[in-house]
Write a protein that binds this ligand. Structure first.
Ligand code: ADP
Length: 468
């Protein structure tokens, strides 16, 4: 498959040709509707004549916009692969040379190669390196860049509407591109490549698992849920790292745990080198399970995506990952009750320690969440939401010892009330917490669906408040 490169005798070999570009759309996962737009570009090559006769416009250039690692290069290769045409690529940062004229001559050479081997896709990565709005950067480099940019514009214009050579460029900064570049007939088609969502991440993981020795029952969804915010390149890396780990341990199959561990490395977290005793694992599980169980009772927090005792970067122990309305929290428009719920959730680990282990055997494993609870309680009091209702000014409190003291006294009351609520709730939900702990110790994660089922089966939640 793939198109052949015509090589006249005596010519030097093409320097921009990518020979291992046999990529297909099936190699790019999680695209959704974007795929249709790209299929149309493939059609420009295959049915170019038809488009021209109908008078439809074939763009000379297509701009793929998106963060690094989202698969823009891969997509451009897939377009060439699907159309069976040659793929020529360069990064625009390589155009920007110090010697005047070098950039422009490289652009010319690139397009000469593509023309000689048409039909072809020319891929220009980091277009913004050369295509920045003119005049944005001063100095002598600016002039050189202008001549490169002008050359690129000329080349694009030469191919407009022919469908022989189509340029696909990638950038993360479409906003700073020179307006001449995005004029009709040039890069007049923009396609945004977003970061993949949970479903897309699972699909990408599966694509990269295709040629790897995966265990029979691998939970891609669990890994997808753990990798919020990651792009395709990172997900591909996770599978490579997992595969290496398996080889290193002389095992034969990649398991869910291998992937989760690799995901953690990718995130910058490191697997805890300290071995964890069974007791410690159980305590960590109790910590997270108690928080999750209490949260199930709270309207703002009950949507739980994941409970885990695998630490990630910035986490010491594990986490309960909420599916909260982030803007609501960021805009600090959480209700009074929502704040009290949050404080109680943070106190749940201590309450659980007291119930399960007894006061004499308590540890301080919950110290950090109790700190969070205290800080939140102070905010609560500052905002005048406590029963006392005083609206404290922050400055007041900094300069006035009496105010600081009365805020602390009031915040302590709030903490104590929330603590009692957590104690009461956990005592009545011991079965639910025990089930969660059991699974966490065994599997290290409890996911959304399983969590909801456990709550429905074993939970002893508060009755919903009467509707107003
Ligand atoms: P970009 O050009 O946007 O920086 P790349 O296309 O270079 O990203 O992605 C790097 C690698 O990450 C790809 O070669 C591929 O292995 C993987 N990758 C990225 N996105 C995807 C995706 N949507 N599906 C499958 N693999 C992907």
């Amino acid at each position: 498959s793939g198109a052949r490169v015509r090589r006249a005798k005596g010519r030097r070999p093409p320097q921009f040709l990518d020979l291992d570009a046999d990529v297909k759309f099936a190699d790019v996962a999680g695209l959704g509707d974007i795929r249709k737009e790209l299929e149309e570009i493939v059609d420009f090559f295959t049915y170019g004549e038809k488009y021209r006769r109908r008078g439809s416009k074939i763009p000379a250039g297509i701009l793929l916009c998106g963060e690094p690692g989202t698969g823009k290069t891969l997509l451009a290769k897939a377009v060439a692969g699907e159309a069976g045409v040659n793929f020529f690529s360069i990064s625009a940062s390589q155009f920007v040379e110090i010697y005047v004229g070098v950039g422009a001559s490289r652009v010319r050479a690139l397009y000469n190669e593509a023309r000689e081997n048409a039909p072809a896709v020319v891929f220009i990565d980091e277009l913004d390196a050369v295509g920045r709005q003119r005049g944005l950067i001063g100095g002598s480099g600016g002039q050189e860049r202008d001549s490169t940019l002008n050359q690129l514009l000329t080349c694009l214009d030469g191919f407009e509407g022919k469908g022989e050579v189509i340029t696909i460029a990638a950038t993360n900064r479409p906003d700073i591109l020179d307006t001449a570049l995005v004029r009709p007939g040039r890069f007049d088609r923009k396609i945004y490549i977003p970061k993949p969502g949970t479903k897309g991440r699972a699909e990408i993981l599966k694509v990269h698992a295709r040629n790897k020795p995966m265990a029979e029952e691998v939970d891609y969804d669990a890994v997808a849920e753990m990798t919020d915010g990651m792009v395709g390149a990172q997900l591909a890396n996770i599978l490579d790292v997992a595969a290496l780990g398996v080889m290193r341990d002389r095992r034969s199959e990649i398991t869910t745990d291998d992937m989760l561990e690799a995901a953690q490395l990718e995130e910058g977290g490191h697997p805890d080198p300290r071995p964890r005793s069974d007791y410690l694992l159980w305590m960590l599980a109790l910590n997270e399970a108690s928080m999750a169980a209490f949260a199930a009772n709270c309207p703002d927090l009950k949507q739980i995506q994941l409970v885990t005792i695998i630490p990630r970067m910035g986490e010491e122990k594990g986490a309960v990952r909420f599916k909260t309305d982030r803007t609501k929290f960021e805009l600090q428009s959480v209700s009074r009750q929502g704040m009290l719920d949050y404080i109680a959730v943070q106190l749940a680990p201590r309450a659980a320690d007291e119930i399960w282990n007894g006061v004499d055997n308590m540890s301080t494993i919950w110290a950090d969440t109790v700190d969070q609870a205290r800080a939140a309680a102070r905010d609560f009091v500052y905002a005048g939401l406590s029963d006392k209702g005083d609206l404290y000014g922050l400055h007041d409190c900094v300069y006035n010892y009496e105010s600081v003291k009365s805020v602390d006294v009031e915040a302590l009351k709030v903490v104590n009330q929330c603590y009692d609520r957590a104690l009461e709730f956990l005592k009545r939900n011991q079965t639910l917490v025990n089930k969660l702990v059991e699974i966490l110790v065994k599997d290290r994660v409890v996911r959304q669906v399983e969590f909801a089922q456990l709550v429905a089966t074993y939970g002893n939640l508060d009755p919903p408040p009467p509707s107003p």
